[in-house]
Design a protein around this ligand. Structure first.
Ligand SMILES: Nc1ncnc2c1ncn2[C@@H]1O[C@H](COP(=O)(O)OP(=O)(O)OP(=O)(O)O)[C@@H](O)[C@H]1O
Ligand SMILES: [Mg+2]
Length: 475
């Protein structure tokens, strides 16, 4: 079966018309019917009254002449009485004897319109029929003519209800016009009302399309005071929830991405050491040096394993963040350890390291700090094209500053502020290793923040770059 798709507005209008039109037709039929029976009833009332005075007139008239037998007398005087009555009443009058034979008719040579009202009247009862003749309605009312309880015949009024007919016709027309106007008014009103209902629904539809397209900012304002207003309210709450939900999802996604970046970067420290020492070992001759390098590889391998385990634990707990394990550590030792990890690469590029280190104890995460120092040294090797690096520990007021200065190509001023933003890289064609991700410095900043410290970078183009890793003196 074919489905007919109608707009809500059309449906409302059709529904209204579907109710209104039958109601109007019903009222129309009832009114016309009522009017018709009223017209007939008043005709009957009038004729009944008239029949009494006719009866009186006839019986007086016949009684005067007692010489002739009553029946014959009635037959004889019927034409006269008939003329008198029809002149008086000004409509057709007929008279019949008791066998139903016509005695007189005020309209000669016309159809007698004989009907059962006559039969009934002869039997002694007043009776009528309503008949349509030549497009006119007539009440054919017959009343018996009585003389001392015997029926002599009957007198019949052929009463036209033309006046009533006209009234009915007029009424028919007026009601038709009223009905038509009501339908038109109702059509206009339904159009307005249905528009009022359909408009907010249209608004809702437009908004839901926007929400479907991912625009959650729009709110809908409907003040219709009905269920649609409630619906709009619920819709606003729903789109707000979706908005919050998607934002949470985005945040969650970003967190996971940050976490992954952190994890991969953290893997870099042990891997750099392992690769560096593996490259170094074949070139070593001294047994002890080889042993020492192998020891480093083992230690860093274990560190890598620890990291993987930590990662698995975090994943089990559903966490997306590494914790810092603060402990009492000697910064000089931490720096030395980091240097030994990166030593093979420093050697590879012939970079001299000048150390100005002092013993200072700090409350820091050993591995994370190593990760920070390693990234700074790694950057110097990869990008600065330096020949020497100075690493020194300065103590200033409450701060312990680990300053790493290279004599490389430096960084343009315009880039300095952006270096701590994720994925920011200064595009250098001649850098030693271009496969950085631009995540090192943002992660260093994050780690230092967690340790209550900070990291700053200064540079003069073509001369030097200085990275200051600042710790709070906590111990
Ligand atoms: N000492 C330096 N000399 C010159 N440029 C540097 C120096 N240190 C950092 N940079 C520039 O800063 C950018 C950002 O460094 P960052 O450590 O954040 O990322 P990366 O080293 O490129 O990638 P990743 O550390 O994730 O491997 C580098 O791409 C480099 O262009
Ligand atoms: Mg880096």
């Amino acid at each position: 079966m074919n489905r007919i798709n109608l707009k809500i507005r059309t449906k409302i209008m059709l529904m209204n018309m579907g109710i209104l039109i039958p109601v109007i037709i019903f009222i129309y039929i009832i009114t016309i019917n009522n009017l018709y029976s009223n017209v007939i009833k008043s005709a009957i009332d009038f004729l009944t009254k008239e029949s009494y005075s006719t009866q009186l007139y006839i019986s007086n008239y016949i009684e005067k002449d007692k010489k002739i037998e009553a029946e014959a007398n009635f037959a004889k005087k019927a034409p006269l009485i008939n003329t008198y009555l029809s002149n008086k009443l000004r409509f057709r009058i007929q008279m019949y004897d008791k066998t139903g034979e016509s005695l007189a008719d005020s309209v000669m040579n016309s159809v007698s319109l004989y009907d059962e009202d006559i039969t009934n009247a002869i039997k002694g009862n007043k009776a009528y029929v309503v008949k349509k003749v030549d497009g006119h309605i007539y009440v054919l009312f017959s009343s018996p003519v009585l003389l001392e309880d015997t029926t002599l015949g009957c007198v019949r009024y052929v009463y036209p209800v033309d006046g009533g007919q006209e009234l009915i016709n007029n009424m028919f027309m007026i009601m038709g016009i009223i009905g038509f106007i009501s339908i038109i008014i109702s059509w206009i009103l339904s159009k307005l009302f249905s528009g009022n209902i359909a408009e907010p629904i249209k608004k809702l539809k437009a908004l839901s399309e926007k929400v479907a397209a991912g625009e959650y900012e729009n709110k809908i304002e409907i003040k219709s005071g009905d269920e649609i207003e409630d619906l709009a309210e619920t819709f606003n709450i729903m789109s707000e929830s979706i908005k919050t939900y998607t934002e949470t999802l985005k945040e969650e996604k970003q967190k996971q991405k940050d976490f992954l970046d952190n994890v991969t970067h953290e893997f870099k420290t042990p891997l750099t050491a392992i690769i560096g020492y593996s490259e170094l070992i074949p070139r070593l001759e001294d047994r002890d040096d080889i042993e020492e390098s192998l020891d480093y590889i083992k230690k860093e391998g274990e560190r890598l394993l620890k990291l993987v385990e930590e990662l698995l634990d975090l994943s089990k707990l559903g966490k997306t963040e590494f914790n810092v394990e603060m402990a009492n550590n000697n910064l000089k030792e931490v720096v030395e350890e980091t240097l030994s990890i990166i030593q093979p690469r420093l050697d590879k590029y012939d970079i001299e390291v000048i150390k100005e280190l002092v013993d200072v104890n700090l409350f820091i995460d050993r591995d994370k700090t190593k990760q920070v120092i390693l990234n700074v040294l790694d950057n110097a090797i990869k990008y600065s094209e330096c020949t020497s690096i100075i690493i020194k520990i300065d103590i200033k007021d409450d701060n312990i500053i680990l300053n790493i200065i290279d004599d490389g190509i430096g960084i343009e001023k315009q880039h300095l502020d952006n270096l701590f933003q994720p994925i920011y890289r200064v595009n250098k064609i001649n850098c030693r290793n271009k496969n950085g991700n631009g995540l090192g410095l943002p992660i260093c900043k994050e780690i230092m923040k967690k340790q209550e410290g900070s990291i700053e970078i200064y540079s003069e183009e073509k001369k030097w770059t200085s990275v200051k890793i600042i710790f709070k003196e906590l111990v």
